[in-house]
Design a protein around this ligand. Structure first.
Ligand code: SAM
Length: 259
């Protein structure tokens, strides 16, 4: 992966891109006046993270570009702020102040919901194993302006970590986080999932391992939650009780921790 900027960047943006490259240990390639496709070819066809004044994009030749945007997460976050319920938070039994480990950050939409519900006293950590997606999320969240201060503050509170979740979970002490959440790439993709399809070329598509679930149960105080396609065999394979949600294509499965 390389990091660059848009055309004729402001000094501030070029400096931000260079800092991010240093932090991630990947090359910073000044954009100069090259077209993006020339630059991508010159850099061996890898991913390029393009830092812009008000956003960040991930590109790869022949792949649709991916832009950071909390999308449906933003709509749901606004509903939570109005005091409405949300199916994920209900399944997790989350109350303000609970700490959450989101093991599959993606574009951070679900992590945003946890951070909004959790409030200032909660700790939300979101893990992403794909370096390009981690970089997109970290750079995107740091400078995103949703126009709603509570949403922006919640985005800033999320601690994003570039790690495979099993490695991270193994190091956690027993009963050290209230809720652990998994939303892996579905075994059978939903055909009309416009939110997740653009992510797929960049994402880790491994199935969730029984070891990850065992470690999550050990580390959790209240619940471990899995999102999957409705009726997926993953729920029974991994020991989750699927919670029926009539009229939806996805379900949450829960392992409740008895203390
Ligand atoms: C379906 S997406 C998650 C979407 C996310 N819940 C959201 O709201 O945007 C799954 C993400 O988990 C990441 N992932 C898959 N396996 C992982 C692992 N073992 N450790 C960390 N991240 C993983 C993928 O790279 C992908 O970005």
């Amino acid at each position: 992966m390389i990091i660059t900027t848009g055309d004729r960047p402001l000094t501030e943006v070029a400096e931000r891109a260079e800092r991010l490259a240093k932090q991630l240990g990947v090359p910073y390639v000044p954009r100069g006046n090259q077209s993006m496709s020339k630059l991508l070819t010159r850099c061996g066809g890898e991913e390029a993270l393009v830092v812009l004044l008000h956003g960040v994009r991930l590109l790869r030749p022949d792949r649709p570009q991916l832009q950071f945007h909390p999308s449906m997460g933003f709509v749901r976050a606004k509903r939570i702020l109005k005091g409405e319920s949300d199916p994920l938070l209900e399944a997790a039994g989350m109350v303000p102040g609970d700490s959450v480990l989101d093991c599959t950050a993606g574009l951070g939409a679900d992590a945003l919901l946890f951070a909004v519900r959790g409030g200032e006293q909660s700790r939300v950590t979101a893990l992403e194993s794909s370096l390009p997606l981690y970089a997109l999320l970290a750079a995107g969240m740091a400078h995103y302006d949703s126009g709603i201060s509570e949403v922006d503050a919640a985005l800033q509170r999320i601690n994003i970590v570039n790690s495979d979740h099993v490695d991270y979970l193994r190091k956690l002490p027993d009963n050290s986080v209230d809720i652990v959440y998994f939303d892996p790439m579905f075994r059978e993709p939903l055909e009309d999932s416009s939110g997740i399809s653009p992510l797929r070329p960049y994402a880790n598509s491994d199935s969730l391992s029984p070891e990850s679930v065992t470690e999550a149960v050990r580390a959790a105080r209240k619940a471990v939650v899995l999102k999957e396609k409705r009726g997926s065999g993953e729920f029974s394979r991994l020991g989750f009780a699927e919670q029926p949600r009539p009229g939806t294509k996805t379900s949450y499965g829960v392992i409740t921790i008895d203390q």
